[in-house]
Design a binder for this molecule. Structure first.
Ligand SMILES: N[C@@H](CCC(=O)N[C@@H](CS)C(=O)NCC(=O)O)C(=O)O
Length: 266
């Protein structure tokens, strides 16, 4: 059976779970949660599965695959079935991939910045400093490490947080405009592109930031529509989020500053 390494609240693994649940692919769960600053949670051979030491990773037919966007395309290709999550027309497929590229081109890093500035830094500060030092010593992704240092030090005053909010606003403007003319991000049906982005709306929502996009009604309707899918409940809500209360509280507290950054963006 397919194995997924993941934890409750990771946006990257949420999109893999969304895909697995949409297609009713049987899978078994292995929780690997280093995100509270504890690198010792990584299984011994984990770097062989993903040199970056991050989740999600799947193992399917003895093959380990990291990177959520690669995994979800693999699942679509390998398992097919219903619903089909990839458009058939080459034009729509190109559009799907263009949307998805934005994630690795900056949106995922922006989402990490919001998380670290609002929640992780508070968690890490309460931990044994030796444990956090080890966590960062083992962190393979140098950009992530450098950004985290700035975000931990500066919190909501971090210039990276302002950039992250600007990046999200410009994404949401583009999505809202597209969704004013189309039901889905690519083609005529729900696809990997929709799955790939909805996890970020969920993430911002968990920080009580939904009022930011209240005027983006096409985007908000799209979000509402996806939340009603039964796979969404299984993949997102049923797994919960151990940091939910802290996220909601810190998000509320930071909202005036977040709004200031949001309003500065065009
Ligand atoms: N580009 C990767 C990003 C993976 C990633 O950022 N994983 C995060 C969770 S969303 C992680 O493993 N975090 C562990 C930690 O922060 O210690 C993907 O799409 O799979």
């Amino acid at each position: 059976m397919l194995t997924l390494f993941h934890y409750d609240r990771t946006s990257a693994a949420q999109r893999v779970r969304l895909c697995l649940e949409e297609k009713s692919i049987p899978w078994e769960s292995i929780i690997v949660d280093t995100a509270l600053g504890d690198i010792d949670q990584l299984p011994k051979n984990f770097y062989e599965l993903n040199p970056k030491g991050l989740v999600p990773v799947i193992i399917d037919d003895n093959l380990a695959i990291p990177e959520s966007l690669v995994i979800i395309e693999y699942l679509e290709e390998k398992y097919g079935g219903n619903p089909k999550l990839k458009p058939s027309k080459p034009e729509d497929l190109a559009q799907m991939r263009l949307w998805m590229r934005k994630i690795d081109e900056g949106i995922h890093v922006a989402s990490r910045t919001i998380g670290v500035c609002l929640v992780n830094r508070h968690i890490y500060k309460k931990k044994d400093p030796g444990q956090i030092k080890k966590y960062y010593k083992e962190m393979k992704d140098k950009v992530r490490k450098k950004n985290d240092q700035i975000n931990i030090e500066m919190g909501i005053e971090s210039p990276l947080l302002e950039e992250a909010m600007i990046e999200f606003k410009s994404l949401f403007v583009e999505m809202d405009e597209h969704l004013s003319k189309n039901t889905w991000l690519s083609g005529d049906n729900y696809s990997l592109a929709d799955i790939s982005f909805v996890v970020y709306l969920h993430r911002l929502d968990s920080f009580m930031m939904r009022p930011l996009w209240k005027d983006f009604k096409y985007l908000d309707n799209w979000y509402e529509k996806i939340k009603k899918r039964s796979a969404y409940k299984k993949a997102i809500y049923d797994w919960g989020d151990v940091t939910a209360d802290q996220r909601a509280q810190n998000g509320k507290d930071a909202f005036p500053k977040i709004l200031e950054y949001w309003n500065k963006a065009k």
